[in-house]
Ligand binder design. Structure first.
Ligand SMILES: [Mn+2]
Length: 309
């Protein structure tokens, strides 16, 4: 499928690059790296982000090309769920590059590989296949994505291959210290205000830890939407937690849920019960409701999927 995508790139001139709502490091890194690569081939590109890139992820170089009105191809990068596009339709023929587990491929070509650490790893493989030089801008964006999706080389997807790619990216000009510090050592004060509130409310049941932050809390802290990102990882760092759930009321009555688990598929199965999806160990969903009530339901569902010793 990788070679089919390479062929599609060679045969077309104008590309739209789309990623999922609330873009994370991998979404931004993979999308921008692919953009740089296409521009280096003389193609014209444009981006379509269903929700804006958080300010904290705006430090890597953005590719620039001439304006296009009618892209021939729409790349979906780090996303294969049309529900995560906020209803914004792709304008060209769809080509998917994603590592989230989904049932079916679709569009003109669909390269979905849950065995990859990140969409950035896939873009790296594609560029190698096409013998496109990895410039420092491409390297920095791909390193951002690989670092982000492996949790800083911590998660189970941190394979030997990931380190090999990281080596190549640093060799090609990515600055690992700069990127890691921008992501990990530059947290806003509001992050810790949110975290304190979340910790006060933790519910613990059979290895399942759940908590939430309401829209009112976020408003009180003058928090930006992205200020709560990383809270779920802090819950997952608690000793004894097998599955963690974090609800964030993104606007009054709309709740986004992030789930992490240490046992395979527990996060995904819990998310699926509420119409969501993701990876086996990291999944989520968005529903209408009240966080204070919903948290009990999600914790209860989570306990079904956690095997207790
Ligand atoms: Mn990803």
């Amino acid at each position: 499928m990788k070679s089919r995508i390479a062929e599609i790139i060679r045969e077309h001139l104008t590309f739209e690059i789309i990623t999922h709502e609330s873009p994370d490091e991998d979404a931004v890194g993979a999308a921008r790296a692919l953009g740089h690569a296409l521009v280096s081939l003389g193609k014209s590109i444009c981006f379509s982000f269903p929700t804006p890139i958080p300010a904290s992820l705006l430090f890597t170089e953005e590719p620039v090309s001439g304006e296009i009105d009618d892209p021939e191809i729409s790349f979906l990068v780090d996303v294969s769920d049309m529900g995560m596009l906020r209803g914004i339709p792709p304008r060209g023929e769809i080509v998917v590059i994603d590592h989230h587990r989904t049932k079916n491929g679709f569009g003109l070509a669909s390269w979905i590989d849950p065995g990859k650490s990140s969409a950035s790893e896939m873009v790296y493989d594609l560029l190698c296949e096409m013998e496109i030089p990895i410039t420092p801008s491409i390297a920095s964006n791909l390193f951002l994505g690989v670092f982000g999706d492996t949790g800083g080389f911590i998660h189970a997807n941190t394979t030997e291959r990931v380190f090999q790619i990281a080596y190549e990216l640093v060799h090609s000009g990515a600055d690992p210290h700069f990127i890691a510090y921008r992501i990990r050592k530059a947290k806003p004060f509001t992050f810790y205000q949110i975290l304190c509130k979340v910790m006060e409310r933790v519910i613990i049941k059979d290895g399942v830890y759940g908590s939430y932050i309401s829209f009112t809390d976020l408003d009180k802290f003058h928090a930006r939407p992205e200020d709560a990102s990383g809270v779920v990882e802090e819950l997952a760092s608690l000793a004894g937690s097998q599955l963690v759930i974090f609800l964030r009321e993104v606007k009054p009555g709309t709740i986004h849920c992030s789930i992490r688990s240490k046992q395979n598929d527990a996060a995904l199965n819990t998310a699926r019960a509420f119409g969501g999806g993701g990876h086996g160990l990291a999944a989520g969903f968005t529903v209408e409701g009240r966080p204070r009530e919903l948290i009990h339901q999600v914790v209860k569902e989570g306990t079904k999927w956690v095997k207790t010793a």
